[in-house]
Design a protein around this ligand. Structure first.
Ligand code: ADP
Ligand code: MG
Length: 331
């Protein structure tokens, strides 16, 4: 029998201590020429100090929108239409912009998905590093760049962003946001996607080290389940703006509960036996928000009638929180 749905606003309980970040029923909407587009809906989770939450989901599922909403840096045509964000006891949505500005960078850092957009094209990289990191001396600079494998660009810092590769700029931003500022909470949006495998491993190691050394708390977004399994304590799976499953990392891989999570895991090449054809999930996420019922229903292998009529509430199954009518059933 399926377990009872949890009351509204059910959130993934954090495993240890009071939450540093607490998000409840968050909703973000874009105003477009075609009307209002919901990009994030009913998102709730808690994050304990020193915890790393991995966020996965295919492109367009709302991961970047969620992170920029947490920083209150949404584009002009987007707005937070519902919900609550608590950060270390402060109600972030009630904070005035100058208060929010003080938190940004120093206490909450963002590594944005597109590094180019957060660097000025007309100022040398070295100068921008010094803007962002007050009182940066040569020794510290060397340490920061060395930490992200960029020791070799030390003598090129009077060059402009376009003279660096995307991967180098990404690492520069990681050096500033994570190592330079050492915020309490780091929001990292696909920080290693543009990096080659060796550098990616180096950066992941570095972030884990920071977590162990200074208790860095992190939301780590990626569409790569292999990467996320290496860094996350818990993993949240997003689909069409909703968190459809949140579970401890091992639990998610060993016992995925949501049919979408199962489909994602089955699509990882490494999990396949040799010779077996690589599966992909049929259909696309487009338009899922406009349907009644569960947004995943049109693509779901376990769909039943009810899924087309009613959007599932969050249910607790073992240590997982799942938005599926069939959660807990042996599918
Ligand atoms: N500037 C924008 N204007 C209108 N819609 C947007 C804008 N940015 C994102 N969206 C929409 O919001 C949804 C979530 O996008 P995004 O947060 O970028 O997803 P992800 O990071 O998971 O790929 C998508 O449906 C996308 O089309
Ligand atoms: Mg994104």
């Amino acid at each position: 029998m399926a377990p009872e749905p949890k009351a509204g606003g059910a959130a993934a309980p954090s495993p240890a201590g009071p939450a540093l970040l607490s998000v409840r029923d968050l909703a973000v909407t874009f105003r477009t020429r075609d009307g209002e587009v919901p990009a994030v809906r009913e998102v709730s989770f808690d994050l304990a100090r020193g915890e790393i939450l991995g966020l996965v989901g295919e492109s367009g599922s709302g991961k970047s929108t969620l992170l920029t909403a947490l920083m209150r840096m949404l584009p002009r045509n987007a707005g937070i239409t519902a919900g609550h964000i608590g950060f270390d006891g402060t109600d972030l949505l009630a904070l005035r912009e100058d208060g929010m500005r003080r938190l940004r960078g120093d206490r909450i850092g963002l590594i944005p998905q597109r590094p180019m957009t957060s660097l000025s094209p007309t100022t040398s990289v070295g100068r921008q590093l010094r803007w962002h990191l007050d009182g940066l001396d040569e020794g510290r600079l060397k340490e920061l760049l060395g930490g992200v494998g960029l020791g070799a660009v030390l003598d090129r810092l009077d060059s402009y962003p376009f003279e660096f590769s995307g991967g180098q700029l990404q690492r520069l931003l990681i050096a500033v946001a994570a190592l330079g500022k050492q915020p309490d909470l780091l929001l990292a949006d696909e920080p290693t996607t543009t990096l080659d495998a060796t550098v990616q491993a180096q950066v992941l190691r570095l972030l884990l080290e920071l977590r162990d050394r200074v208790g860095l708390t992190m939301v780590f977004v990626t569409h790569d389940l292999g990467v996320i399994s290496q860094v996350s304590d818990r993993i949240g799976v997003m689909y069409a703006g909703r968190l459809v499953e949140v579970a401890p990392a091992r639990e998610l891989f060993d016992a995925p509960r949501h049919p979408y999570t199962r489909a994602l895991l089955e699509a990882i090449p490494g999990r396949h036996r040799r010779g077996e054809p690589l599966r992909s999930i049929p259909g696309t996420v487009t338009g899922a928000n406009r349907l009644p019922g569960c947004p995943f229903a049109p693509r779901c292998a376990a769909v039943v009638d009810r899924c087309h009529e009613e959007n599932p509430e969050v249910r607790e199954v073992g240590e997982s929180l799942v938005r599926c009518h069939r959660a807990g059933e042996d599918l």
